[in-house]
Ligand binder design. Sequence first.
Ligand code: GLV
Ligand code: MG
Length: 338
Amino acid sequence: MRSPKDFFAPLAVGAPQPVRQIPVRPSRMIHFFDPGNEKMAAKIPSLTGTVDVLLGNLEDAVRADRKEAARAGLVSVARATDFGRTQLWTRVNSLDSPWVLDDLLTLVTEIGDKLDVIMVPKVEGAQDIHYVDRLLAQLEARAGLTEPLLVHAILETASGVANVEEIAGASPRMQGISLGPADLAASRRMKTTRVGGGHPGYLVRTDPAGEDLNSGRSTYQQDLWHYTVARMVDACAMHGILPYYGPFGDIRDVVACEDQFRNAFLLGCVGAWSLHPVQIDIAKKVFSPAPSDVAWARRVIAEMGDGTGAVMIDGKMQDDASVKQCRVVVELADELAA
Ligand code: GLV
Ligand code: MG
């Protein structure tokens, strides 16, 4: 795992990217489980190696009277499991809750050496990340940990969105940001009720054809989350951290889930949450570049030689910028194959 110290190392002369880059381990799906649910916790060993990230959830969806059980369950699962290449993350309770202090104290002390990333919900601004950063530094020192824990923020309040750039750059521990559409909808007073999905009432209508306003008109559903995802992607790219789509709650609607995840992938996200095993494969498929796209990208890079100038390939103009676009696809394919 990277160390925050790496971020302060001078860039090599001629380094192709001016922003710091996180050494990437795949995180196409962040698979949520309730560690206080014995049935779910028992399945965790069988998921290691299959999913990129397993996340023990302590926050919403865990009842108030099950918080301690979830925390204790996560400690047991983490101690008993060899995660191999799969990362272990947790989502702690929000910073204004009565549970978060014990979450951080217990988890860092007991299983800090097994955890990769701590997801912090309802982040409002850089001050929330600074608080977690300082607390983690104290707890890590006390526990004698040698690897720093990374922090992931959920973007799920209106003020979090307004401050997303400062959140992304708030600490060298920042690993990434996820869209949290359910809480965000509530915070903004949006009228959606389907977690992470669209709404049939949010439409764009084509212009009327001729005099008859009703003839030849069609409607298309719009993506309610486009603005926030695009803004989050820019903030993450600016600070060299990773953007993620969050949850898609309608488990049976696998088509809409795939569409929503794919829109996020095409806009620059590297992964999404999976709330049910059926969403693991959807995320794996969507967030891995298609072999035909990888082959095309390799061809463009090869035909562009030193990467400067312009060439025509199958009638399409390619230049220096195309090579950069193609490198994004090829590097992702290589990382996933490694
Ligand atoms: C996730 O936590 C959400 O609120 O969508
Ligand atoms: Mg939430």
